[in-house]
Ligand binder design. Structure first.
Ligand code: ADP
Length: 340
């Protein structure tokens, strides 16, 4: 798998070292009592009443880093041998697996699928962030049912939480419609703020791209090197032709295509139960075969999916048939990505 997830969330715990032979027992005793410090103290020494600590803060959010330091200062304030506490924090950069979710054109359900995929991946045990980079119509706060404004910590935006997933959206940063006129550099800088947000120990970012093949796609590919792309299409020919263009872009730029998802396939009438195919059915699976890319699965057109999305309750978070569909698709995606 392309570069992602190698050291995500993992850290080495090093033993305390005490280069000066002043008795560090009171120090280590106090640190042992701080639960959050377990495995985080890279070194601790006590000299002339000054406790000097180096903490390994890898994969902690800014909030968690602050809380860890406060807990330790609290504990050490009660140690009579300690008159001053000096703390330095180091962190290894967390490599995250970026999965881009794209489509050839708008309205095919790309955002709906991205949200449900993120929720299904989280339910399967992955630590997932969802990045709504669709400058033309950021809809994830609505689909995920959390319209809170994110806070800032250490110049990073802190994602909000929804259905077991962390979420950042362009829609949380600007008023509706404000991003429409953005050209390359502005769009790229907004994308940067989202991707470089305070994702803590998230090991995977699902990025909901704008439809088509524009500036956001190019900056994501060039600067953040996604592990792969998932393409969403409806089954009809026209949508598939557009989808093929999106696939071409990723292929040309050496981003592996993780697979194609067919959305809005087959409509079961809520009254008589008869299944009809407003957009045809099976077109995407056939196209995937022709294009030699994996087919990840098919999502029907249902009232339940539309209503749940509007209500901020992604079906993947529930227990219905749709949840099972998204679980299976997430499973196939994880197989393609390899172990975390
Ligand atoms: P895109 O991101 O491709 O523009 P959206 O995810 O915003 O598309 O979906 C467009 C509309 O279609 C939304 O109202 C959404 O609720 C609805 N929708 C998406 N997928 C389905 C589906 N499988 N069944 C019913 N409605 C759907």
């Amino acid at each position: 798998m392309g570069g992602g997830g190698k050291n995500s969330g993992k850290r080495r715990s090093r033993p305390y070292v005490a280069p000066m032979s002043e008795d560090t027992a009171p120090l280590t005793r106090a640190l042992d009592a701080v639960a959050a410090a377990a495995g985080r103290v890279a070194s601790a020494r006590l000299a002339g009443g000054i406790a000097s600590l180096v903490l390994d803060a890898t994969a902690l959010s800014a909030h968690e880093r602050g809380a860890l330091e406060a807990d330790i200062r609290d504990a050490l304030a009660r140690v009579p041998e300690v008159t001053e506490v000096r703390i330095a924090q180091t962190a290894e950069k967390v490599e995250r697996t970026i999965v881009a979710v794209g489509s050839g054109k708008g309205g095919v359900g790309k955002s709906t699928v991205a949200a449900n995929l993120a929720v299904a991946l989280a339910r399967a045990g992955r630590k997932v962030g969802l990045v709504d980079a669709d400058i033309y119509g950021p809809s994830q706060p609505r689909i995920m049912g959390n319209a809170d404004r994110p806070e800032m910590a250490d110049k990073q935006i802190v994602p909000v939480a929804a259905h077991g997933v962390r979420l950042l959206s362009i829609g949380q940063l600007v008023e509706p419609g404000a991003a429409l006129a953005w050209r390359g550099p502005m769009a790229a800088s907004a994308l940067g703020q989202l991707i470089e947000g305070d994702w803590g120990d998230a090991e995977m970012l699902v990025v909901d791209l704008p439809p088509g093949t524009g500036d956001i796609q190019l900056s994501l590919i060039q600067k953040w090197k996604p592990a792969g792309a998932v393409i969403v299409s409806t089954p009809q020919d026209l949508a598939l032709i557009d989808a093929t263009r999106a696939i071409d872009l990723f292929r040309k730029m050496n981003v592996p295509i993780l697979g194609l998802i067919e959305n809005m396939a087959g409509y079961a009438c809520p009254h008589c139960g008869e299944v009809s195919d407003p957009f045809g059915s099976g077109g995407a699976e056939a196209a995937a075969k022709v294009l030699s890319i994996p087919f990840l699965g098919r999502i029907p057109l249902t009232m339940a999916i539309r209503a749940a999305s509007d209500a901020g309750e992604p079906p993947a978070a529930g227990e219905g048939e749709e949840a099972a569909l998204f679980r299976d698709i997430a499973g196939r995606l994880m197989e393609r990505l390899g172990p975390s």
